[in-house]
Design a protein around this ligand. Structure first.
Ligand SMILES: [Mn+2]
Length: 335
């Protein structure tokens, strides 16, 4: 890690224009990592911007330092020296695959922990056993001897807390807890994170959770417990998808079957699917890959054509064919 860290440090020191990119529909880790890096660039008086291909949820608004976040693609018309992509296994997931073609001379830095990472950067700091990209950014900043402010610590701790699902899922390693502890020591505001991430949920969000839970179904031969969300549900309750983001990880609490799956209809008519499992013998990233997606062994996602009813039928029948050839259980071949 030391060698690549030095290369990243050098690239940033010599850059005049820097762009930070979280993946689209960013989660706490993507925004936490970007916001932590932004604090570092701020302290070095670097000229930088943050670009996201989609809007960022209101819940994560405290991770938008100096209001630098831009969603207007016009920012890509001027050349950047360095573009840092955070928490994204590939440039499609980041939503910048096409935009990147406008920046042939930029040094792309890829900081990520996804097992499916495509190493698309000129510099790739990819640590698949790290709990979160925010943990990696902390280690990077520490090796670069950066001063980590309380704001930066709050950002990075957000990433660790959200990616470990509040220190409950399998990403909760000794390293994650160690870094979290150091961040608290540097003034990370645990209370703010708790408030923004876990305690500002509107009542209607819980009512919609109830509807999503009422649709939970177990597919007996596949051993998959699934449910779905329609755009009509969001309209009816006047909510955005971010308002119920926690519902996906709740699948981990279900003690039935090999894996959980939720399908969420998007505003553009496509359907975003997420797989979750808590079992060590199941690798859901392979299941997501079958539908053109990716992720981690225990949490992975993909996007297919809608509407959600047809998507569900399609996915279940595809999985039936797939499972008839290979077992879902990892210890039988490469699944
Ligand atoms: Mn992450």
């Amino acid at each position: 890690m030391k060698h690549i860290t030095k290369q990243i440090h050098d690239a940033i020191l010599h850059a005049d224009r820097i762009l930070l990119v979280p993946h689209k529909n960013p989660d706490g880790d993507a925004m936490g990592a970007v916001s932590g890096l932004a604090g570092w660039l701020e302290s070095m008086k670097k000229n930088y911007s943050i670009f996201c291909a989609t809007d960022v949820s209101k819940q994560l608004s405290y991770l938008n330092p100096e209001n630098k976040l831009i969603v207007d693609t016009a920012i890509w018309d001027k050349p950047f020296d360095v573009i840092v992509v955070c928490d994204s296994g590939d440039l499609r997931y980041a939503g910048v695959e096409e935009l990147m073609k406008k920046q042939p001379n930029a040094t792309i830095i890829n900081i990520d922990h996804h097992i499916t990472n495509e190493h698309y950067g000129a510099l790739n700091l990819v640590i698949t056993h790290a709990s979160s990209t925010s943990e990696i950014v902390y280690r990077l900043l520490t090796l670069c001897r950066a001063t980590i402010s309380a704001d930066m610590a709050t950002s990075l701790l957000t990433g660790i807390i959200t990616d470990t699902d509040n220190f409950t899922n399998s990403a909760t390693s000794a390293g994650a807890i160690e870094v979290a502890s150091e961040l608290v020591g540097k003034g990370a505001r645990f209370d703010s994170i708790k408030y923004f991430i876990y305690k500002n949920t509107p009542l209607t969000a819980f009512q919609l959770w109830g509807r999503i839970f009422s649709r939970l179904t177990k597919h007996n031969s596949l051993g998959i417990v699934y449910t779905y969300l329609k755009q009509d549900d969001l309209l009816e309750f006047d909510l955005a998808e971010d308002d119920i983001s926690g519902v996906t990880n709740f699948l981990n609490a279900i003690d039935d079957g090999h894996a959980g799956m939720i399908l969420k209809e998007q505003t553009d008519g496509t359907v975003k699917g997420s797989f979750r499992t808590t079992r060590d013998d199941v690798d859901v990233s392979n299941m997501a890959k079958h539908f053109g997606g990716g992720g981690h062994k225990k949490a992975a996602g993909f996007t297919v054509e809608g509407p959600v009813e047809q998507a569900l039928e399609h996915i279940l029948s595809e999985l039936e064919v797939l499972f008839s050839k290979q077992s879902i259980l990892q210890n039988t071949r490469h699944w």
